[in-house]
Design a protein around this ligand. Structure first.
Ligand SMILES: *[C@@H]1O[C@H](CO)[C@@H](O)[C@H](O)[C@H]1NC(C)=O
Ligand SMILES: *[C@@H]1O[C@H](CO)[C@@H](O)[C@H](O)[C@H]1NC(C)=O
Ligand SMILES: *[C@@H]1O[C@H](CO)[C@@H](O)[C@H](O)[C@H]1NC(C)=O
Length: 467
């Protein structure tokens, strides 16, 4: 998913590995139903426990002795959401957690208080006194959301309550929170695959004659059909799906820019006015689903066949555009070496693309725990020379990434260069030492097959079957 449509300057957003996963699933994607809420809670809590058990090791990796996370109800630290139990819907009172790099003799490596009295500080101080951590990490990063969740007022409260001795040992290690949120424990993958298959299935049905009647159905009709379908399946989503007609209602970044009265550059919503879909349109969607604390992010392309047309009638240039985007995805994935920064991966990928004669833009991001999750970013639509702060982080493994980008391709039937976007999620397969597609890679256009009606036959002849 790309970033805000309104803020032009902030849009959107490790042995080179070979993608070994299936690239074009054999069977049509199916809608995957979710377990009961009670069973979901049990599954998700299991994943959270596995994640929590990794924290002491992550603290040791970054040379931090203890990590303090504290918040009041409705002013939660960003990390809270990755550590909460499924039946918690917010923090309560003051919710304070301490994690230790080295467990005590009794084996406790974490302590949690839910309290609104000074008892929490007295007990916390007693534990700190007993363990004497020399580095006590707080989530106070200035530029990285996932490591900046400690509210300013809560930091003051902690400093006051613990006193100067402990305040002198406060440290910031942004990668701590980033790695804890980024790490996708293995048990999540089977469900992530199911979510991804469902996302593919919704796109395929949305881009079919079941939903689209050329000349009548508009892009917004399809978007809202997707929203309703998500709800019918008991899933949710984390952004409004978008449907564009390539070369007509183009991508956000390519939309007209205008200066607002206050001088800020705005991007007009390219979906407006709402367009009806026609024969010969190249359709694009950016779509994701959310369930069980997981988020997917996918962009696929479709082509609306004229009545009577078959797959072989899709203009070759349109297929080539998709192929170029696929190639650019493969280039990025091959450069995603663990430990390299997003900026390094971006530069290597753009250099390689240029050498292969591919023009486009790369804007990949971590996904899974959040739609745009914790971890380095590999370009943003407005930042192709490197991304301050986020692009400087090293790429982590055991996480999911959205391979999001577009490749430009000249379409002679339209006499225009069209941007072919693609977005697909990968996971790190530790055994294979490689990134793999979570469900697949879109290597074939989705075909919207329409039936000829008498009234449309006339239209068809008048259009001459042009793209
Ligand atoms: C935890 O153990 C590591 C070695 O594994 C050591 O370097 C560190 O000082 C210990 N920290 C504390 C708080 O004992
Ligand atoms: C959605 O949830 C309702 C209520 O629990 C249930 O009856 C229905 O079968 C669910 N639908 C799907 C597709 O899982
Ligand atoms: C294609 O577009 C170019 C410029 O955009 C224009 O000069 C040229 O005449 C167009 N060709 C046709 C066949 O319309």
């Amino acid at each position: 998913m790309r970033g805000s449509l309104l803020i032009a300057t902030g849009i959107a957003w490790v042995v080179p590995s070979v993608v070994a996963g299936s690239t074009n699933p054999q069977k049509a994607p199916q809608f995957q139903t979710l377990p009961s809420l009670r069973d979901q809670a049990k599954i998700v809590d299991g994943w959270t426990d596995e994640r929590k058990a990794l924290i002491p090791g992550i603290l040791r990796k970054y040379g931090v002795d203890a990590w303090l996370i504290s918040q009041r109800e409705y002013a939660e630290d960003t990390v809270f959401w990755a550590l909460k139990e499924a039946t918690m819907f917010s923090a309560r009172r003051r919710t304070t957690q301490l994690f230790l790099a080295n467990a005590t003799a009794e084996g406790a490596y974490s302590y949690t208080w839910v309290d609104n009295t000074d008892l929490v500080w007295q007990e916390l101080k007693a534990i700190l006194d007993a363990h004497q951590p020399s580095k006590l990490a707080l989530n106070t990063a200035a530029e990285l959301a996932f490591a900046s969740g400690l509210h300013a007022g809560e930091r003051d409260a902690i400093a006051d309550a613990l006193g100067t001795e402990w305040a002198g040992r406060f440290v910031l290690e942004p990668m701590l929170a980033v790695e804890v949120v980024a790490t996708m424990v293995p048990g999540r993958l089977p469900w992530y695959r199911k979510l991804m298959e469902t996302a593919w299935a919704i796109i395929e049905e949305g881009f079919s004659s079941h939903v689209i009647t050329p000349g009548q159905t508009t892009a917004w009709d399809v978007e809202w059909w997707m929203r309703d379908k998500v709800q019918a399946l008991n899933y949710t989503t984390w952004f409004q799906p978008s449907v564009y007609i390539l070369g007509k209602t183009d991508l956000p970044a390519a939309a007209d820019r205008r200066k607002s009265k206050r001088g800020r550059t705005m991007v007009d919503d390219p979906r407006a006015p709402d367009h009806s879909l026609s024969y010969g349109d190249i359709l694009h969607t950016d779509f994701g689903v959310t369930a069980m604390g997981l988020h997917t992010d996918t962009q696929h392309l479709a082509y609306v066949l004229y009545p009577g047309q078959a797959a072989a009638d899709v203009p070759a240039s349109v297929r080539e555009g998709l192929k170029k985007a696929n190639r650019l995805q493969d280039i990025v994935v091959a450069n995603m070496e663990i430990g390299r920064t997003g900026d390094e991966i971006l530069k290597r990928s753009l250099d390689q693309a240029l050498a292969e004669g591919i023009e486009g833009k790369i804007y990949c991001h971590a996904t899974g725990e959040w739609g745009h999750s914790a971890g380095t970013v590999i370009g943003m639509t407005n930042l192709q020379g490197g991304v301050p702060f986020l692009g400087e982080l090293p790429l982590l493994k055991d996480t999911y990434y959205s391979i999001e980008l577009y490749a430009e391709h000249f379409v002679p039937e339209r006499n225009m260069t069209i941007k072919f976007p693609q977005e697909e999620d990968v996971f790190w397969n530790d055994e294979a030492g490689a990134w793999e597609w979570v469900y697949g890679q879109q290597t074939e256009l989705i075909l919207v097959r329409t039936k000829e009606k008498e009234s449309e036959a006339v239209l068809h002849v008048q259009d001459g079957g042009e793209l």
